[in-house]
Design a protein around this ligand. Structure first.
Ligand code: GDP
Ligand code: MG
Length: 367
């Protein structure tokens, strides 16, 4: 799972990258020219900590998410000569975008548009993403029309053209692709284009120290609450104090809670952001446990047991026989695997089992 951090220059992308990956990459104007930063974030999970305490394995392995901090998007980037090939190449591969938006006032950090206006910046960058996708779709439509005219692979080209024309109409209406429903066939056809507006996105609003989020900061944009998450334009929003959180991320673990309390911060931004990534990507965590290793894994919500097993190793998917399944909650509540079994909550499941968040799986396989 990989997340791309995007936004205008100087908004705090590299700062956020440092926060989630606990890196110390240099920020400021330096960070714009230096190539993309690649880092790994550990997914905090109190359940795995408990399991590790319970099973006392030799090794405890948390799930991870990769983050890519690419260079800033400039207004007009898509129009001029498209996003730079390097930026596009990195963004192509990501599963979701975190779009950093500046709310912090600081005369020492120049803003390309000179004033601080998060709603305007959201519109600017979202428009660049739309234009970038439009350029890709238009080029492809032109190619397909040519193919059809020259009777090259005509049947297939006509099918793909219908899909791309739908996409183009959507983009011309200034709507992102991600709201469209596609057949599986159509999904396969467009997968290779890796449209940016087809990816899930999170807005990360970078506040100044002591600055609180107010809806007025995003005046004019549709705001709503769902599942305890604030959505802007339908995308989850996280507001964080970048500079402060960057300091927190560098603290030794034992000092963090005291510092958070002193600053009136309930939970570090890194944790909140990673939770939002799970929400936006619609993925869940499951666990494997044992004497050697307790480990958290990530899989798509709705994945079958063999698909989830495939996240561990392709052999486990290919040779899947059955899964022994019980729930973290039940183990914690009942205190032992034996008690879970006695309560009838230890199940043997087949290939059609849909894995749920918090399940502990033991995969039986044969290759
Ligand atoms: N005052 C203040 N400065 C910040 C904050 N976040 C980032 N900065 C500063 O803004 C500048 C640009 O940040 P950086 O993360 O490099 O932005 P990027 O260009 O989007 O990667 C740096 O000098 C940061 O220290 C913040 O929350 N408050
Ligand atoms: Mg940067």
């Amino acid at each position: 799972m990989e997340i791309g951090i995007i936004g205008l220059p100087g908004v705090g992308k590299t700062t956020l990258f440092n926060i989630v990956t606990r890196n110390c990459v240099k920020t400021g104007s330096f960070s714009a020219s230096a190539g993309p930063n690649l880092g790994v974030a550990t997914v905090p999970d109190a359940r795995l900590a408990w399991l590790s305490d319970f099973f006392k394995p030799k090794k405890t392995t948390y799930a991870t998410i990769n983050f890519v901090d690419v260079a800033g998007l400039m207004e007009g980037a898509a129009k001029k000569d498209g996003f730079s090939a390097q930026v596009l190449g990195h963004l192509r591969a990501v599963d979701a975008l975190v779009h950093v938006v500046r709310a912090f006032p600081d005369p020492a950090v120049p803003h390309p548009a000179e004033t601080i206006d998060p709603a305007r910046d959201i519109r600017t960058v979202d428009a660049e993403l739309l234009l970038g996708d439009m350029a890709v779709a238009e080029a492809r439509v032109a190619r397909l029309r040519e193919d059809i005219a020259k009777h090259r692979n005509r049947a297939q080209a006509e099918k793909e053209l219908a899909v791309l024309e739908r996409i183009l109409a959507r983009l011309e209406a200034e709507q992102p692709i991600r709201g469209l429903e596609f057949t599986e066939d159509a999904q396969r056809m467009i997968k290779g284009y890796t449209f940016l507006t087809a990816k899930p996105m999170i807005y990360a609003l970078n506040l100044g120290e002591g600055q609180a989020f107010t809806p007025e900061m995003l005046a004019g944009l549709p705001l709503e609450e769902r599942d305890g998450v604030t959505l802007v334009n339908g995308h989850p929003l996280i507001a964080f104090q970048g500079k402060l959180e960057e300091e927190i991320a560098q603290l030794p673990a034992e000092d963090v809670s005291e510092f958070l309390e002193a600053m009136g911060i309930e939970e570090p931004a890194a944790h909140r952001l990673i939770r939002l990534c799970y929400y936006a990507l619609d993925v869940i965590a499951f666990f494997t446990v044992g004497e050697d290793e307790c480990r958290a894994w990530t899989t798509k919500r709705g994945d079958t047991a063999p698909a989830a097993a495939g996240r561990i190793h392709s052999d486990l998917e290919r040779g899947f026989i059955r899964a022994e399944v019980f729930r973290y909650d039940d183990l914690r509540r009942l205190g032992s695997i034996q008690a879970v079994k006695e309560a009838g909550l230890f199940r043997v499941e087949g290939k059609t089992h849909l894995v749920e968040d918090g399940e502990i799986l033991n995969i039986r396989f044969n290759v």
